[in-house]
Design a protein around this ligand. Structure first.
Ligand SMILES: C[S@@+](CC[C@H](N)C(=O)[O-])C[C@H]1O[C@@H](n2cnc3c(N)ncnc32)[C@H](O)[C@@H]1O
Length: 553
């Protein structure tokens, strides 16, 4: 732990900083151009970066208020309170920030800039926790674990404002102190005031140089250094390094990959085949997508404002997820006499909440096929029903049978119950989600290495069930939104080996070639591997892994 520096005169007269009091709003939110963009962080949100007006330069005077903490406002502003409540719900109730935030924003009647500010604070403090805790540990005279958890959350919110937003430092401190008084009580407000003043003594690059271990030389620990600088648990840093190397990428890309996890992803939309067209989304204000032939991208604004999204003809869906579903549909089947054979029975064995199932169902309606969507969790099976409602309402096949059947059940039993019945099967396996960390700000702190091993048998059983359920010459797509080697290549290798031992040599199709043909994207994983891997830092998508297996005829 680096001892706190005692420089500066926190109580003394300050002024003249760009973005100081005059640049901020009375409640301490950044004003004018420096305000956060709607819907997320105003900058990349990368903990290792700092910039913009008011971000402060070391040694520059700061406009401190001379009001004693006890005489300052008793409660904070509503946006900070919402952000604080999000952090508490994540910590205390294992809540998902992206689910709890909209509810709290509605309850507090926040919208527009206030909602954007609350979102930026909550997501930024959650993502940046690793960095901020390292800084806070250098400013608190006891281990952070000995602080009351609500106090620690308030300090994280304060540190985020000080180190990664354009909020004026005096406002970041005084508003966080006010928040603490209102939400926790007067007791810890002095501590919070003192700690945040210490945090404000340096900008983020200076703090990182002080608290992150060196990357080289004596005491070097490159993993720990990246863990602090890019705010990831060390085990995730190691896993992602391994994943890059396994996929034929240089380990030197790791900082970029980690930084991409800290950036706000653009909202990608999928126009459901036959129901909408990307050009319609672009005409309604979106921009063309980067890879998927179904995609458009919404740089700003509420997707629900687009008629096609409101009418369930288009959905919010990462381009990587779109490509994974499209790869299953584009993979070549094998049938009698060198022909592809039947292509009308499809299944999705892990369908909830229904993103890929909606795309598959819309395509099934177009092609006269039928989709079985299986999801083990009943409430998620209901979400699949909802996701498919638009497709079901607008289409039924000529014989009048429904295009889709949703079943709340275990995908692991489908192979035994319906052997050889399907032509194409998707296994979008339950996984750690390490490839989608940018979307789930708290996920990196919640996952543990034990999750990887706990999921391993389930992933293998689901893939084996899919292979039993597919006909000879049919194709299975094994997909994860994690690039972790244990969840991707190891599962593939094990299952192929086991089937070979049982006398059936599965064909691992060239998934990168399928994606190249489909979308012009290079998702290759190096010589000798037919697995495709997308990356946030290279493709701007989640880190989806896609393997395509075909049963021999
Ligand atoms: C990665 S998610 C699937 C995402 C989905 N394909 C989409 O695009 O929206 C994995 C899903 O598998 C479900 N699941 C887990 N074990 C299962 C099992 N044994 N059978 C069926 N579904 C299962 C989980 O509840 C979860 O909804």
């Amino acid at each position: 732990m680096t001892p706190p520096e005692r420089g500066g005169q926190p109580g003394g007269p300050r002024g003249g900083r760009p973005g100081g009091p005059s640049g901020g709003r009375s409640n301490g939110q950044p004003g004018g151009r420096s305000g956060p963009q709607r819907g997320g962080p105003q900058r990349s949100g990368r903990p290792g970066q700092r910039g913009g007006q008011g971000s402060g330069q070391p040694g520059q005077p700061r406009p401190w208020t001379t009001t004693a903490p006890s005489a300052r406002p008793r409660s904070g502003d509503p946006a900070r309170r919402v952000a604080f409540d999000v952090l508490r719900a994540v910590e205390e109730q294992d809540a998902y920030a992206n689910l709890v935030l909209p509810r709290l924003l509605r309850a507090a009647r926040l919208d527009g800039r206030d909602a954007a500010f609350a979102t930026e604070l909550a997501y930024g403090a959650l993502r940046g926790r690793g960095t901020y805790d390292a800084v806070l540990a250098a400013c608190v005279d006891r281990p952070l674990a000995q602080l009351d958890p609500p106090v620690l959350d308030a300090l994280r919110l304060g540190a985020h404002q000080l180190l990664a937003t354009r909020v004026a430092p005096h406002a970041a401190v005084s508003e966080t102190v006010a928040l603490v008084r209102g939400a926790i009580g007067a007791g810890p407000s002095g501590l919070v005031n003192a700690v945040l003043r210490r945090v404000s003594e340096h900008d983020l690059p200076t703090w990182l140089d002080r608290v992150a271990p060196p990357v080289e030389g004596p005491g070097a620990d490159p993993t720990a250094a990246l863990a602090v600088r890019e705010s990831h648990p060390a085990w995730v840093v190691r896993a992602l390094r391994e994943a890059l190397v396994l996929a034929g990428r240089p380990a030197s890309e790791l900082p970029d990959l980690l930084a991409a996890d800290n950036a706000r992803p653009l909202v990608a939309l999928a126009a459901l085949p036959g129901l909408a067209d990307p050009s319609e989304l672009v005409a309604a204000g979106a921009q063309p997508g980067r890879w998927s032939p179904l995609a458009a991208v919404l740089p700003d604004g509420d997707p629900g404002d687009l008629p096609a999204v409101r009418e369930a003809r288009a959905r919010v869906q990462d381009e990587g997820s779109q490509l994974a579903a499209l790869a299953l549909l584009a993979a070549p089947l094998a049938g009698p006499s060198g022909r592809p054979g039947r292509d009308e029975r499809w299944a999705d064995l892990c369908a909830g909440p229904g993103g890929k199932a909606a795309l598959l169902a819309a395509s099934a309606a177009q092609r006269g096929a039928h989709l079985l969507a299986v999801e083990v969790a009943p409430h998620r099976a209901q979400l699949v029903e909802q996701a498919l409602a638009g497709v079901v309402a607008s289409s039924s096949s000529s014989e009048g049978r429904s295009v889709v059947e949703v079943v709340a059940g275990d995908g692991r039993t489908v192979g035994a119950e319906r052997p050889g019945e399907f032509d194409r099967v998707l296994v979008d396996a339950p996984c750690t989600g390490l490839g989608a960390l940018r979307r789930r700000p708290e996920a990196r702190w919640r996952r543990t290495p034990a999750d990887v091993s706990a999921l391993a048998p389930l992933q293998r059983e689901l893939l084996s069930s899919a292979l039993e359920a597919v006909r000879p010459g049919g194709v299975v797509a094994y997909v994860t939104c994690s690039p972790h080697p244990a969840e991707t290549q190891a599962v593939l290798d094990d299952v192929v080996r086991r089937w070979a031992k049982d006398g059936e040599q599965l064909e691992v199709l060239d998934a990168p070639a399928v994606l190249r043909e489909l979308a012009g994207v290079d998702a290759g994983t190096g010589a000798g591997s037919n697995r495709a891997q997308l990356w946030p830092h290279l493709h701007g998508t989640d880190a989806m892994s896609v393997s395509l297996l075909r049963r021999p005829r």
